[in-house]
Design a protein around this ligand. Structure first.
Ligand SMILES: [Zn+2]
Length: 459
């Protein structure tokens, strides 16, 4: 081929390349590589631009490692640096080496520095940490952000590994290797190199950096300040509350950087614990009737007195279980049903149980527990947990769990149940309810049922 012919051939090749790059190529990019999936768009992108080649005509070799001279060559090509083979400053890169031009160009641009002993170690595999340095210099990355990797110590000096990795993370080039790691000492493979390079070159491939959640901690205090930096001298940007979850992104001394709800910032480690303390359990116990309203009266028993005695026993037992109790009454006083129904929600309780005794025909006996379906909550479960224990403890008829809109239930926004301990009008039930033994048994069943309910709620 004479020189003119070869120039024509070059022109034709160039023309074909130009045409294919302006849209005559298929809509989905294509590479000849059988070991690259069609979703590897970054590899397609680089291949289309002639920036990468395969290890053979149809193999890209995505898992092969990248040597330092290969990396320098690829970066040099991507940046359009001179690849003309020439003498380099490194004793181990000869002027006849294919990579010598790109290596020396990269040195001239301050992109690579080599080792203190004057070598470049061109055949040595590049690590992910070295790639961070290479990319941050090659693309003049300057921006940093709050970036945490568990395997890289924070170090704000401009030449630190942390700063280099921070820059490529902030630039949307790397999100790390998962689980909060960057794996700086891991050998870089060709696929990773291609992805990094494509992201550095083309904004559409960039990933929004997101710190990984490496632990979950919970606030042990109310009104815990969230700050813009890791000390009390930084601005307060919000507050979280007892048992609020903090997704931990990283640790900085005695501070945690992380996210709680919509707040991202620093939290003092002194006020965070591994597990949530038991969520607040605040139960309202309502001894039915009272004062001018005696309730049912039969077989020598007055309902308001039985209700109060059993309620006080329930209070004692719940407190022993670590459950907070708000009592509607501890003495023989009258309160309206609306007062009782609204009391719990006004005072920070999370559930309500009203305690009563029944009256009907002498032959009717047994216990039953009511809930209202008019408020959508866990009232039926609360009633069921109590009733399942109560009739057994009372050793009498199980009249079951029933739906009825008693005022203290239907007007109550909390999960609420109304317990009927037994029938004062039935001699058998009345005889039991006259004794402290059965009152204690009934109270214990109610307290256990309430605890069952809270345990169930916690699941
Ligand atoms: Zn009653």
């Amino acid at each position: 081929m004479n020189s003119f012919a070869s120039k024509v051939m070059l022109f034709l090749v160039a023309a074909v390349l130009v045409i294919s790059s302006i849209g005559l190529s298929p809509a989905s990019a294509w590479t000849p590589f059988k070991d690259v999936s069609s979703s590897d768009v970054e590899i397609d992108y680089l291949y289309d631009r002639g920036l990468i080649k395969g290890i053979s005509s149809n193999q890209f070799g995505p898992d092969y490692s990248v040597t330092r001279e290969q990396a320098a060559t690829l970066i040099g090509r991507a940046l359009g640096l001179s690849g003309t083979e020439r003498k380099t400053k490194f004793s181990d890169v000869s002027s006849s080496s294919y990579s010598s031009g790109y290596i020396q160009s990269a040195v001239d641009k301050g992109i690579i520095t080599g080792y203190p002993d004057g070598t470049f170690k061109p055949k040595q595999t590049m690590t992910r940490g070295e790639m961070a340095y290479l990319l941050s210099r090659a693309f003049n990355l300057t921006k940093t952000s709050t970036v945490f990797f568990t395997d890289i110590k924070q170090d704000s000096s401009s030449t630190s590994l942390y700063t280099a990795v921070n820059k490529i993370a902030t630039a949307g080039i790397s999100n790390g290797t998962g689980g909060g790691s960057y794996s700086p000492n891991k050998e870089l493979i060709r696929e990773e190199f291609a992805i990094f390079l494509a992201r550095a070159l083309e904004p559409k491939f960039k990933v929004a950096f997101q710190n990984a959640t490496i632990a979950k901690l919970y606030s042990t205090t109310d009104n815990l300040n969230v700050r813009s930096g890791p000390s009390t001298s930084y601005k307060v940007i919000g507050q979280i509350h007892t048992n609020n979850e903090v997704q931990v992104y990283g640790y900085s001394g005695n501070w945690v950087y992380g996210k709680s709800g919509s707040l991202t910032g620093y939290f003092s480690l002194s006020y965070l614990a591994k597990a949530t303390s038991k969520p607040s359990r605040v139960m309202v116990i309502d001894a039915g009737h009272g004062g001018s309203d005696p309730g049912a009266v039969a077989n020598g028993l007055v309902e308001k007195e039985v209700n109060l005695d059993v309620s006080l026993r329930v209070e004692r037992m719940l407190k022993a279980k670590g459950i907070n109790v708000l009592m509607i009454r501890r003495t023989d006083v009258f309160y309206t049903l609306d007062y009782r129904a609204a009391y719990g929600v006004k005072n920070g309780a999370d559930a309500f149980v009203s305690i009563h005794a029944n009256a009907y025909t002498p032959g009717t006996s047994g216990s039953e527990t009511f809930y209202s379906a008019s408020v959508a909550n866990d009232s039926k479960q609360l009633a069921t947990f109590i009733q399942n224990r109560l009739y057994k403890a009372m050793e009498h008829n199980n009249r079951g769990v029933k739906e009825y809109d008693y005022r203290v239930l239907a007007a109550n926004p909390l999960p609420a149940a109304l317990v009927e301990l037994g029938f004062l009008t039935n001699s058998g039930d009345a005889a039991k309810l006259a004794t402290s033994t059965y009152r204690e048994r009934a109270a214990s069943a109610i307290a256990e049922g309430i605890e069952d309910y809270y345990d169930w709620k916690q699941q």
